[in-house]
Design a protein around this ligand. Structure first.
Ligand SMILES: CC(C)(COP(=O)(O)OP(=O)(O)OC[C@H]1O[C@@H](n2cnc3c(N)ncnc32)[C@H](O)[C@@H]1OP(=O)(O)O)[C@@H](O)C(=O)NCCC(=O)NCCS
Length: 184
């Protein structure tokens, strides 16, 4: 895959950077404590900031690994940390990556996730050897589907009972992909 690790990236309005230990309060307040944000995700809202600090220290330790990609999304104008976007490589086919993302409720509807996602797509297709990017979402999470389609991913179908909600219930996942040859 020619991995690069979580390097600093920029867009017009956003800075994508590594998380730091003193981000705990912003993470907890801006999204991690919010059940609405975690509604369609695999993790549960953090009950207290100690949970956030523990997660953050795990992320921090992982950054030394060049195959680890987890960016904090920062609005350049206000320096506010509003969410996260991450990439996971497929263990069997090294040319496949999967992207996941979330932002705080206060920052919805401003196109921030699509802007961050487009930059990550460019990074993966130009800086690494990734050939196919996948994103899945809980079929009930319609806003996520809108963002993914805005970034020109193709809908491939519904994977029945493929996912587990954060309540450990089976859920159907919508599967999308974008190939390097059809990008741009
Ligand atoms: C899904 C999510 C990533 C969308 O990010 P975003 O930056 O708000 O995306 P956009 O600004 O492009 O808006 C997407 C849609 O959200 C809806 N939306 C806009 N403003 C909104 C608001 N204030 N409140 C709720 N929904 C809103 C609109 O339907 C919009 O579609 P449109 O652009 O066709 O009008 C974001 O809602 C989120 O982080 N949710 C929680 C975590 C999550 O579900 N992650 C995805 C897991 S696969």
């Amino acid at each position: 895959m020619n991995h690069k690790g979580t390097v600093m990236l920029e867009t017009n309005r956003l800075r994508l950077r590594r998380f730091e230990l003193d981000d705990a309060e912003a993470i907890f307040n801006n999204w991690a404590s919010d059940e609405k944000v975690a509604q369609y995700l695999t993790w549960k809202a953090h009950e207290n900031i100690a949970v956030t600090k523990k997660v953050l220290s795990e992320w921090g330790n992982s950054y030394q690994n060049k195959e680890y990609y987890r960016w904090g999304i920062v609005v350049k104008e206000t320096n506010e940390l509003i969410g996260s976007i991450g990439v996971e490589g497929n263990k069997e086919n090294r040319l496949i990556c999967e992207i996941g993302f979330y932002i705080g409720r206060e920052y919805l509807g401003k196109g921030y996730v699509a802007e961050a996602l487009n930059r990550i797509i460019e990074f993966l297709f130009t800086e690494t050897k990734c050939n196919r990017i996948e994103i899945v979402h809980d079929v009930a999470n319609v806003n996520s589907g809108k963002v993914i389609r805005k970034c020109n991913f193709k809908f491939e179908g519904i994977l029945r009972d493929r996912g587990l909600s954060n309540e450990l219930e089976l859920i159907d996942l919508a599967m999308y992909s974008l190939l390097k040859r059809e990008w741009r």
